[in-house]
Write a protein that binds this ligand. Structure first.
Ligand SMILES: [Zn+2]
Length: 722
C-alpha cells in the first residue's frame, strides 16, 4: 500500500491524509464536536514526526525567496474542508523552508560516498581535540574540533571553501538576476563580493545553502554539469544556463514545477472546451509575466502540463520533445553538423495550432462532417517566418477506396488517409501557383520563380519557401506499428528485428497495415474486381517515397525541381526512432543513383505540446479536404473515392492531368510542349522522376524490406477528357 520510496517529505499533508484518512476525519470531530471530544483523547500515534515545518517567508528568514516555491499540491482532502488548529496552519502554506544543513550534508550532495577519517586525537581526555580529514577529488581537507562531529563539519567546510575558490579565484561575485530568476534575495549575497576564504563555518552554511539550492535547480536542467560548475554559473544565470556544450537536454522535472521555479508570476486558468467529437477537452491558459500560453488535454493535469511546456518552449527555449532524448540508434545530425532532426518546439506548436484552427474554421456549416480520426494539414512558411505561416491544406480521413470502385478514368480518390489527401491538396496549390506564372500580371505573386540554373526544370520554388506536414498521429505503417503508447519514448530495444522498416500496405476498407511480403506479386485489375483486396501502400511508406521523389508528383516533376517536406509535426505518438526510420532512415544506407537534384530528404520531426487525445470512436467512412483558395470543404466518401454527392473530387488524377495539360500549353519557358494524351505514358516520360522512383524501390529491396506494390496498371491508362 504505502511505498516508502514515495517521498512523504515532498507532499507531507497528502500522504498522511491518504494513510490515515480516518484520523483526519476524527480530528474534525474532536475539534468541533463536544460529544465526540468526550469519547477520549486523540490518538497520539500519528504525531507529525516526519513533517517538516512549513513556514511562510518572513524578513527573518532571508533564505526564503521565490525559488523554493512549489506548485500548489493537489490534495484529495482540501484543507479548508477540515478546520484546523492554528498549530496545523503551516501545513497549508505553499512555501517551506529547507532544513538548515551542515557542511557535511552539503558536501555530501556534491560528492557521494566520501569517507571521513580520524587523523589524530590530541589533548587531555577531558578536553580532546580531534582532527578529521576528508578526501575529495584526490585532495585532502582537514578539520579540527572538540568533538568528532565538529571536526567533520570543519573538514567539510574547508573542502567547500576550496571548491568555490578553486573555480572562481578567491571571490565569488554577487548574483545578478536575469531572466526573471529570483535567487537573489539572500542579503548576504546582495551585499557584494563575498570572500569565502575568511568566512566562518556557521556563516558559510546559509550562504552555501542558497548557492546549492540554486545549483541543484540548474543541475536538474543540465544533468551532465557538475554541481560546482552549476553553483558558479549562478553569476550569470540566463537562458543559456540550460545548454551544455551547445546541446540541449530535456529537464527531468515536470514542466509545471519547472515553470513555478523559473518564474514568480505564474497563474493557471482553466476552461473546458468542447472537443470536436464530444471528447471532454480541457484548456488551460498560463499567464507568465503577462504573456499567455495555452494547453489542451483530456484532463486538467495534462492540459496544465501542455500549457507549461508551451510557456517554457517560448520563454526559455526548453523543450520536452521526445526528439530531445538521446537516441542510441538515431543519427542525430543530418546533412551538416549544425542542423538537427528537431524542429523548434515553438514552431511545431504553431504548425499544430494553425492546422487545427483552420480545420475549425473551414468545417463551419458542415459540422456533421467534423467527425474525424486522423487530421492532417500542410503549412507553408517563407524564410521560416512562422508569424506569417499559411495553412495550405487541411484534410481528414482514414480509409481507402474499395476495389469495386476503382476507376479507369482517374476519377476516384484511391487513398483517403488524411496525410495523403493533404499532400494531394498541396499539389492543387502548386498547380494554382504555376498558373499564376502563365500571366505577366500575376507572375510575381507566385511562389515559383523561373529557374535560370537548370534548363531541365523551367521553374523552382522561391528560396526560403518551406512546407511542413502536420498529422495528429503517427502515420500508419512502419512509424506507428511499433510505438502504440504515448509515453513509449525510450530507445528501440530491437532495432534489427526483421519486422522493422518493412514496407506495409493498408487493407482495403480497413484501418490496419500488413507487410507487403505476405502478399507477393502484382495486383491485377480483374483479380481485384473478383474480390481480391485492393492494397495501398501505408502512409509511412508514401512519406518515405516523398522524401526521395518529392511531394510534387510525377507530372509536375517535368516542370519544377522536386519539392521536399521541411518538417513533419505529429499531434501524438511521436517515437523518434521509429518515425525517423520510417520516413527516411531505413533506406539511407541503400539509396543510390539518384539523378540530382533528387536526394534523400530528412525532414525535421516534432511533437506538439498539447497532444491530440486518442480517439476511440469508430472512424467515419468519409474524409474532408480543403486547399487554400477553396471556398468550402469537399466531403469525399472514402470507400467510393467520390464526393458524398457522387461527383468527381477536385483532387483526383484526372483533375490534375487537365491542369497539367493547361500548363504545358500556356506556361512560358516549357521546352517541349508535346503532350501525349495518355496519362500513364505522360508520367513515364518524366525520366528523372521515374529513375528516382525506381531507385527508391531498389533501395527497399536491397534492404530486404519488400517490394513496392503498385496499383493495377490499368489505373493509369486513361486519356484527357476532350
Ligand atoms: Zn495512413
Amino acid at each position: 500500500m504505502f511505498d516508502p520510496k514515495y517521498s512523504y517529505r515532498r507532499r507531507p499533508a497528502d500522504v498522511f491524509q491518504l494513510m490515515y484518512p480516518s484520523y483526519f476525519r476524527k480530528r474534525h470531530y474532536y475539534n468541533n464536536d463536544s460529544f465526540a471530544r468526550s469519547l477520549g483523547p486523540r490518538p497520539t500515534i500519528y504525531r507529525r514526526r516526519f513533517v517538516r515545518p512549513l513556514l511562510l517567508p518572513t524578513p527573518d528568514h532571508p533564505n526564503m525567496n521565490g525559488y523554493s516555491r512549489k506548485s500548489p499540491s493537489k490534495r484529495r482532502y482540501e484543507g479548508s474542508k477540515y478546520p484546523v488548529l492554528p498549530k496545523k496552519k503551516p501545513r497549508t502554506g505553499k512555501e517551506r523552508i529547507p532544513q538548515p544543513k551542515n557542511t557535511v550534508a552539503m558536501l555530501n550532495e556534491l560528492r557521494h560516498g566520501l569517507v571521513y577519517k580520524l587523523e589524530s586525537q590530541t589533548g587531555p581526555v577531558h578536553a580532546p581535540l580531534f582532527t578529521i580529514s576528508v578526501e575529495v577529488d584526490g585532495q585532502k581537507y582537514m578539520g579540527q574540533g572538540r568533538s568528532k562531529k565538529i571536526a567533520r563539519i570543519e573538514a567539510a567546510a574547508t573542502a567547500l571553501r576550496s571548491f568555490i575558490q578553486f573555480k572562481d579565484g578567491a571571490v565569488l561575485t554577487p548574483l545578478k538576476p536575469t531572466c526573471n530568476l529570483d535567487f537573489t534575495s539572500d542579503e548576504h549575497l546582495e551585499n557584494g563580493i563575498v570572500n569565502y576564504e575568511n568566512i566562518s563555518t556557521d556563516k558559510l552554511v546559509p550562504l552555501l545553502d542558497a548557492l546549492f539550492r540554486h545549483a541543484k535547480f540548474i543541475k536538474k536542467l543540465t544533468p551532465f554539469m557538475r554541481v560546482t560548475d552549476c553553483a558558479l554559473s549562478m553569476t550569470n544565470v540566463n537562458k543559456s544556463a540550460i545548454t551544455v556544450d551547445g546541446q540541449k537536454k530535456v529537464p527531468d522535472k515536470g514542466p509545471v514545477m519547472l515553470l513555478y521555479e523559473l518564474f514568480n508570476d505564474v497563474h493557471f486558468d482553466c476552461s473546458t472546451v468542447d472537443g470536436a467529437q464530444n471528447n471532454c477537452r480541457f484548456k488551460m491558459t498560463v499567464t507568465v509575466n503577462n504573456s499567455k500560453f495555452d494547453g489542451t488535454g483530456p484532463s486538467k493535469k495534462l492540459a496544465k502540463n501542455a500549457a507549461a511546456k508551451a510557456a517554457l518552449a517560448s520563454l526559455c527555449n526548453i523543450s520536452y520533445s521526445p526528439m530531445m532524448h538521446p537516441q542510441k540508434n538515431v543519427p542525430l545530425p543530418i546533412d551538416d553538423k549544425t542542423s538537427s532532426m528537431e524542429l523548434p518546439q515553438i514552431h511545431a506548436d504553431t504548425i499544430g495550432r494553425l492546422v487545427l484552427e483552420k480545420f475549425m474554421e473551414v468545417i463551419k456549416g458542415q459540422e456533421s462532417y467534423s467527425r474525424r480520426k486522423v487530421l492532417a494539414g500542410i503549412v507553408m512558411t517563407e524564410d521560416m517566418n512562422f508569424n506569417e505561416a499559411k495553412v495550405i491544406s487541411v484534410s481528414t480521413g482514414t480509409k481507402c477506396v474499395s476495389g469495386e470502385h476503382m476507376s479507369v478514368t482517374g476519377a476516384v480518390l484511391n487513398d483517403s488517409h488524411a496525410e495523403i489527401v493533404s499532400r494531394r491538396c498541396l499539389m492543387k496549390y502548386l498547380y494554382a501557383q504555376l498558373e499564376l506564372q502563365c500571366s505577366q500580371t500575376t507572375a510575381n505573386q507566385s511562389i515559383f520563380v523561373r529557374n535560370q540554373d537548370n534548363g531541365q526544370y523551367p521553374y523552382k520554388l522561391k528560396s526560403g519557401v518551406h512546407f511542413h506536414l502536420y498529422i495528429n498521429t503517427a502515420p500508419c505503417g512502419d512509424a506507428r506499428i511499433f510505438s502504440p503508447h504515448e509515453n513509449d519514448t525510450g530507445v528501440d530495444k530491437h532495432p534489427n528485428r526483421k519486422a522493422r522498416g518493412q514496407l506495409r500496405t493498408k487493407i482495403e476498407s480497413g484501418e490496419g497495415t500488413i507487410p507487403v511480403k505476405s502478399k507477393e506479386g502484382l495486383q491485377t485489375w480483374d483479380g481485384v474486381l473478383q474480390g481480391e483486396r485492393l492494397l495501398t501502400m501505408s502512409c509511412s511508406d508514401k512519406i518515405a517515397r516523398w522524401n526521395i521523389v518529392g511531394i510534387q508528383g510525377s507530372l509536375l516533376a517535368s516542370i519544377i525541381e522536386p519539392i521536399y517536406l521541411h518538417s513533419i509535426v505529429l499531434g501524438s505518438l511521436l517515437h523518434p526512432e521509429h518515425m525517423y526510420r520510417a520516413v527516411c532512415g531505413r533506406i539511407e544506407k541503400s539509396i543510390q543513383g539518384l539523378p540530382p537534384p533528387y536526394h534523400l530528404n530528412k525532414p525535421r520531426l516534432a511533437l506538439v505540446t498539447s497532444a491530440e487525445p486518442r480517439n476511440q470512436a469508430k472512424a467515419p467512412n468519409f474524409g474532408i479536404n480543403w486547399t487554400i483558395g477553396d471556398s468550402e470543404v469537399e466531403v469525399v466518401n472514402s470507400l467510393t473515392g467520390k464526393t458524398v454527392n457522387n461527383q468527381i473530387s477536385r483532387i483526383t488524377k484526372q483533375m490534375y492531368f487537365m491542369k497539367y495539360g493547361y500548363l504545358m500549353k500556356n506556361l512560358p519557358g516549357i521546352p517541349n510542349r508535346k503532350l501525349t494524351t495518355d496519362y500513364g505514358q505522360t508520367k513515364e516520360r518524366v525520366k528523372d522522376y521515374q529513375i528516382a522512383k525506381k531507385e527508391l524501390f531498389a533501395a527497399f529491396r536491397r534492404e530486404d524490406l519488400g517490394s513496392w506494390l503498385k496499383k493495377p496498371m490499368e489505373q493509369d491508362q486513361f486519356a484527357l477528357p476532350e
